[in-house]
Design a protein around this ligand. Sequence first.
Ligand code: WT7
Length: 640
Amino acid sequence: MIYPKPADGQSYLINSNNYRQLHQVAEVEPNAFWLDMAKRLDWMQFPTKSGNWQFQKPVSIKWFEDGVLNICANCVDRHADSTPDKTAIIWVNDQGTITTYISYATLLKEVNAMAFSLQNLGVQKGDRVIIYMPMIPEIAYAMLACARIGAIHSVVFGGFSPESLAGRIQDCGAKVVVTANEGIRGGKLIPLKANVDKALLQVAQVKKVLVVNHTSTNVPMVEGRDVVYAPNYNQAVVPEPINAEDPLFILYTSGSTGKPKGVLHTSGGYLTYASLTHQWIFDCKYDDIYWCTADAGWITGHSYVIYGPLANGATTVMFEGVPNYPNPDRLWKIIDDLKVSIFYTAPTAIRSLMQAGDEWLQTTSRQSLRVLGSVGEPINQEAWEWYYHQVGKAQCPIVDTWWQTETGGILITPLPGVHDLKPSSATQPFFGIQPVLLDEQGHEINDNSAEGRLALKASWPGQMRTVYGDHGRFEETYFSQFPGYYFSGDGARRDDDGDYWLTGRVDDVLNVSGHRLGTAEIETAATLDHSIIETAVVGFPHAIKGEGIMVFAISASHTTHNLEELKAIIKNTIRSQIGPIASPDEIYIVKGLPKTRSGKIMRRILRCIARSEFEKIGDVSTLAEPSVVDHIIGIVCAKT
Ligand code: WT7
């Protein structure tokens, strides 16, 4: 099924009149193209250099390297100057009792005050600041305030546990944490400050904790360390001149091995890319009310709630709550209330609202919508069709945007005025993006109608620059399996029209409700309790989450716990080590795991069992103990 591009295609910013020309310049003269695109930002010193990168070791990626600018000045000051009364942020609280319109002039005042506060706590250019906050305007103020003074922020999603928080604080060497007393999501209180206190029992380096009082709860404060945020609006903080390649933020993300990696993004290239993709892909114009439902704790929140839209002087919605609270019509009501015209969300949210039933759409018109977006995982055809026909009433193109924390911005997506839509396909690369499909040996598969590993053979300004503190790991993870390419870890198919269809991760990474989790990380967490000796974690198809987490565990022979107790222990250990987002969906206590004679766990076999694809298991005679396979199948089928 193909949904042709809208008949009024010419009204889109990018349309059949200008697409081809832009596409050609980007392809033939990428450096000139990107330098031209950098003009959308205000520079203190405009760069003379464009891209300067190599994907062979030593890997090095630089964009606009002799440019100087300030990210906050680009997102705030210049609009406070030109359109002071325009709404920058519309904030909607969890309960639905408060809607706050924050103008660019007010945003400047607030960000300036937050920057002054951080300076008072001793934060200087280059220092790392951990931000562990709910979706309230202050999280945007804190991020932009860091950018204003040249500090590097690392936002940790509020759903991560104190353990995870401590690991990130330690890894980036932060001395200051910005948090809130509590968060509220779906009516539930989240003890953010208490979590910070627990994390700081493990890491001594943090000198100051800045606490925004969001709820009325009084939380214990440590004298000399903890400070209640009280904005001072009378002190001007001048935006620091920042080199284009100075770091803007670190964001931790899971991979197939080891602990989460600190993905480092820098300034000039990142903002050029976030702002351009936001404007052109969502067709965001002056009067649009744009809403991306992501939490600021993820890359989508960074690039498409805060940096991209604000760099463009747009109006961006920040929502504190969740899609099904108090009812599954929450998002649709907000769309009507605020007259949202561009709406960007995740397949997992779409599927859960679809399951809640069409009656929840009936009391709203969603008449204001004109462009819809999807991100985070492949969107299945059924969810796409529902989103298109029911939510968008067949009036709004859907941009299915493929990208990653590492890519900084969207790489593969339809442009609403240019491309025909195919449900479930992310379609075409954005300007200047050069995807390739590689076979197992790393050869490019050049014909269409091919399937392979998705890699990029050229850099783009939004690309991550390194793993914070470990450039070797950066090279190893992304550039060593297929030298000369950035390897995404995803598999994809390309059809006869050259459109891309993402088929999911090809490594040991799970995508649960659009959140990325490493199997190794969950396995390590689960074995921290002494009653568990070994675990293996695999994903399985889940109707709402996309992928669910299945844990196979071997218990210690000395344990006196029964099955249910062991399962509870595993669940709780994972939740406390990583956070509720990594809660397993199914746990099986088994006597052994399928291993090769050299001791390597054959996850492939467990994946077949988890998917009930028993016929695909194949020959098990080379396993150290072939009989464990039947044993595990027995346990999973009996659901014990
Ligand atoms: C992984 C990146 C990018 C922001 C949110 C997640 C999967 C993302 C799509 C899409 C198919 C997608 C990929 C990718 N993914 N968008 N439109 N179609 N798959 O960021 O946590 O860095 O995860 O999400 O597997 O590698 P992330």
